[in-house]
Design a protein around this ligand. Structure first.
Ligand SMILES: [Zn+2]
Length: 389
């Protein structure tokens, strides 16, 4: 499993003259599809082609070794019909990361560059929160983690059925027994809610889905901590005993998908309205780059197929939407970027900026398909302070 820190480390990487960063994404055919073998053959062709190009350029022994190693690895993926793969390699710097991914990549791709190509990884991981699915009834609870298509049962909570009605506790009238059963259920709900709160505090999950019968939901929900409730994507009716991985995956993925679409839509509304009111929002590449450089950006929104030319200063890292030969910041020569997205994605990952990929929002495309929500706005903050003093 790849962590945020791993991705940031990859984003920090910058190859110098000799070292290439190789990024390889492999998308398998769906399990029902007979063309799986073809997918592997296609992937191998892609790698061999890159090998020829590297060899033709007559340089870089380590890139050749990396590609050879990826080719060998790809040969072993025949059996993996359900997993997509990503490999990031730079032998010259001792970097080799192979990652299993849910099979949701657009296609198989290979990049040989000065830096790693992380957009696909960022898109995919951005849509994959660490999710817990909790099944709860009056005396049991089971917790499943769902991340990157993988389901793992975490822990369970069972309250022993000690003082249930008819257990032979002489002297208990029916009403008393009923009350004690209810008390036990409420205690149990409380412990489950506490366990969820601790899980969230420890960072074991980002979001939560609950499987619980309608008749218990009201009582249980009342015990959930407000922080936990904020992370709750939804609830479905389910029994604790019969909980399955399939159920976890289906319900979990559906609710994540719906909440992501909703979140995306709200972020687009927000950034457009903020940009219109000259508030905490900017649109268009030039302004987004400037805000990113100033460390103002909280959320970066980009059209799914957005692409643009730009230049980058190899010396200070400044990115400019104008195709200037000399860096306006430090005066050194600039390099052309075929697609500014790569550099923007890396800058966002390095600065811990949330990345949102936007699709099907015509209004967003009208403002240039790139925008940012800001934490604050440097120029306005200064103005505000001046007025106050
Ligand atoms: Zn510069």
């Amino acid at each position: 499993m790849i962590s945020r820190e791993d991705i940031r480390e990859l984003a920090e990487f910058q190859g110098d003259g000799a070292d290439c960063a190789i990024s390889f994404y492999f998308q398998p055919a769906p399990p029902s599809n007979k063309s799986h073998r073809e997918q592997t053959i296609l992937a191998k062709d892609l790698i061999r082609q890159a090998l020829r190009e590297v060899e033709k350029s007559g340089r870089n022994e380590s890139a050749r070794a990396d590609l050879q190693r990826i080719l060998e690895a790809a040969g072993e993926w025949k059996g993996t019909r359900v997993r997509a793969k990503a490999v990031f390699a730079c032998g010259g710097r001792n970097i080799w990361r192979q990652v299993d991914l849910p099979p949701q990549l657009a296609k198989t791709q290979l990049f040989v560059n000065r830096r790693f190509h992380l957009k696909e990884l960022a898109v995919l991981l951005g849509g994959q929160p660490r999710l817990w699915v909790a099944f709860v009834d009056r005396h049991r609870a089971r917790f499943f983690a769902l991340h990157l298509d993988e389901v793992k049962e975490q822990e369970a909570l069972f309250r022993p059925l000690s003082r249930r009605r008819g257990d032979g506790f002489a002297g208990y009238d029916a009403g008393h027994a009923e009350r004690s059963v209810n008390d036990e259920a409420l205690h149990h709900f409380k412990s489950v809610a506490e366990l969820l709160k601790q899980g969230l505090e420890r960072g074991t999950f980002d979001q939560l889905v609950i499987g619980c019968q309608d008749i218990h939901w009201h009582d249980f929900e009342a015990h959930l901590h407000p922080y936990v409730k904020k992370r709750l994507l939804g609830r479905f009716a389910a029994e604790v005993d019969s909980a399955t991985d399939k159920q976890v995956r289906e319900q979990g993925e559906r609710m994540v998908r719906e909440s992501l679409a909703q979140h995306r839509h709200e972020q687009v509304r927000e950034v457009l309205s903020q940009a219109r009111s000259n508030g905490r929002g900017v649109t268009g590449l030039r302004r987004v780059l400037r805000s990113l450089e100033m460390g103002e950006v909280q959320v970066l929104l980009m059209g799914e197929n957005y692409s643009a030319h730009a230049v980058e200063c190899a010396s200070c890292g400044h990115i400019d939407a104008h195709m200037v030969h000399y860096c306006p910041v430090c005066g050194r020569t600039t390099q052309e970027l075929e697609d500014v997205c790569d550099a923007v994605v890396l800058a966002a990952i390095r600065r811990d900026v949330e990345l949102v990929y936007v699709k099907d929002e015509p209004e967003f495309d009208h403002v240039g398909s790139i925008a940012a929500l800001l934490r604050f706005r440097g120029d306005q903050k200064k103005g505000g302070m001046a007025v106050a003093s």
